[in-house]
Structures are given as C-alpha cells and as structure tokens.
Design a binder for this molecule. Structure first.
Ligand SMILES: *[C@@H]1O[C@H](CO)[C@@H](O)[C@H](O)[C@H]1NC(C)=O
Length: 267
C-alpha cells in the first residue's frame, strides 16, 4: 500500500525550495499595477493641463486644424475600369425627404442609383413639408453648378426635365431600402415602358450593400466633393467661424445673415 506522506512532503519541500516563483508572480503584479497607476496619472495631467501653458496660436491651430483621420483615408478616386458616362435620354427625377443631413445622404445615393440605372439625373427637389416647412430649393442650399460639373464624368445631371418630357407618363417608384446593385439593374426594366422615373423618397439607404467599389467611391465623391454649400451659406459659415469673429465686419455680417438662414434654410 502506498504511503501518501512522502509525496505530500516532497510537494511542500519543493514549494518551499522555490519561493522565488511566488515572489516573481507578486513582483510582476506589482509592476503591472505601478504601470497602470503611472499611466493613469499621465492621462490626468494631460487633461488637467492649464490651457495657458500653451500659446493661444497653438490652441487655435488645434481647434481649426484637420481632425485626426484615425488611419482612414479618402476613398474617392475612380478605378482604372471605371468608364465615363454617356448622355442617357432617360431621366430620374427625385424628391428628397427628411432633414438636411438625410437629404444629403439621399442625394448622394440617388447619384449612384442614376449611375447604376444608366439615367440622367434631374437636380433633386428638396423636402419642403415633412420636417422643416422650409421653402429652400436645391440651389439655395447647394452650389448647383459645382454639383453638376464635378460629377460630369460620372452621371449626367440636368437642372430640369426637358420641356418635351414634362407631360410624359412617369413611373413612380419607391425603391426598396437597403437594396444592392442588382436590384437597381433589375429596375432598369422600367426604361422599356417609361422615359422618366420619379422617385418620391430619396432615403433608399444604399450604404454597405456590397456595392461595386466604383459606386461606393462615387457616393463619396458626391458627398465630399460635389455637394458643396451655396455661396451665401459658405460665406455665412466663414463669417461665423471664431477665427474670423474678431473682425467687426465678419461678425456684423454673421449677425445680419444668421437669423435669415435660421428661418429659411433649416439650420
Ligand atoms: C448601362 O450601360 C452600360 C454601358 O453601356 C452597360 O454595360 C450596362 O449593362 C448598362 N446597365 C443597365 C442596368 O442598363
């Protein structure tokens, strides 16, 4: 019969013989805690640093400089395979819906849809009823000529429907939200019967549906390059910026213009 004693003795002895393994463990723990402590102290000093430590110019630069991109890069360039558009003799008319931000996204999606469906896009109408009771048109808010010009190679865009098509029968189509490219290719069947498709809502949420890379990039080009605010709004924005506010002329202009845009353009 085996006697368990010697083996438990051996275990105890071996533990006592190797105390450094425990102290090592404790040491590592202590070092880790010390590291965490020092690190958090450093964070606190960064937050608590008195702003007067830095010159006003540095702060201004931080405030108006480009925000960190967190490693993301602009993604707007056409790939080699991307072909320039043609002037299609069929038209997509769009009524945007929602607030300004939603309309911006919707308009960019409609640029992509026009491209997918080989259509000429008519400058979208803005929502004048649902949220803001706002009578602004596309060109009141956005720089219309810049929009048309900067998407020249992507989608043919016109100010309005050609006169001869104003009374032509139109297909009215609520596109299903979150559809992919193949859905819009299927929708192109409508061109067999109609020369104009009217889209009464622009929030079709095209995003992240395995769209071809060139269509994604087109959406980005539309959003970040083509949709620029109209000149009066750009001027107002510049006037309101803090770095211009110290000139009496700019702040005066801002005071005069701001209430007008507040009430008429849903800002
Ligand atoms: C759009 O036009 C291109 C080039 O002519 C063609 O390859 C493509 O199949 C067309 N797409 C649709 C949906 O009609």
């Amino acid at each position: 019969m085996a006697n368990p004693r010697p083996s438990s003795h051996r275990l105890l002895r071996s533990r006592l013989l190797h105390p450094p393994s425990i102290s090592c463990y404790v040491l590592v723990l202590l070092a880790f805690s010390a590291f965490i402590f020092l690190y958090s102290q450093r964070q606190i000093t960064v937050v608590d640093r008195n702003p007067s430590d830095e010159s006003f110019e540095d702060l201004k630069e931080q405030l108006w400089g480009s925000a960190s991109g967190y490693g993301y890069r602009p993604c707007v360039k056409r790939t080699q395979k991307y072909a320039a558009t043609q002037k299609w003799n069929r038209y997509l008319t769009v009524r945007s819906n929602g607030g300004l931000n939603q309309m911006r996204t919707g308009i960019c999606d409609m640029v992509a849809v026009a491209r997918l469906m080989n259509a000429t896009l008519v400058i979208p109408q803005l929502d004048k009823r649902s949220f803001w009771q706002d009578t602004s048109t596309f060109s009141d808010i956005f720089d219309e000529s810049h929009f048309i010009k900067s998407l020249e190679g992507d989608v043919h865009i016109v100010h309005e429907l050609p006169k001869e098509l104003e009374s032509a029968p139109r297909a009215r189509k609520h596109f299903s939200s979150w559809s992919g490219a193949s859905y819009y290719e299927e929708m192109s069947q409508l061109w067999k019967d109609y020369q104009v498709i009217h889209v009464p809502k622009s929030d079709s949420r095209l995003a992240n549906n395995d769209l071809p890379i060139d269509i994604q990039r087109l959406r980005c080009r539309a959003m970040y390059h083509a949709l620029r605010f109209s000149n009066p709004i750009e001027r107002l924005g510049k006037g309101l910026s803090l770095h211009d506010a110290d000139t009496t002329e700019a702040s005066g202009a801002a005071q005069v213009t701001w209430p007008i845009y507040c009430s008429s353009s849903a800002f």
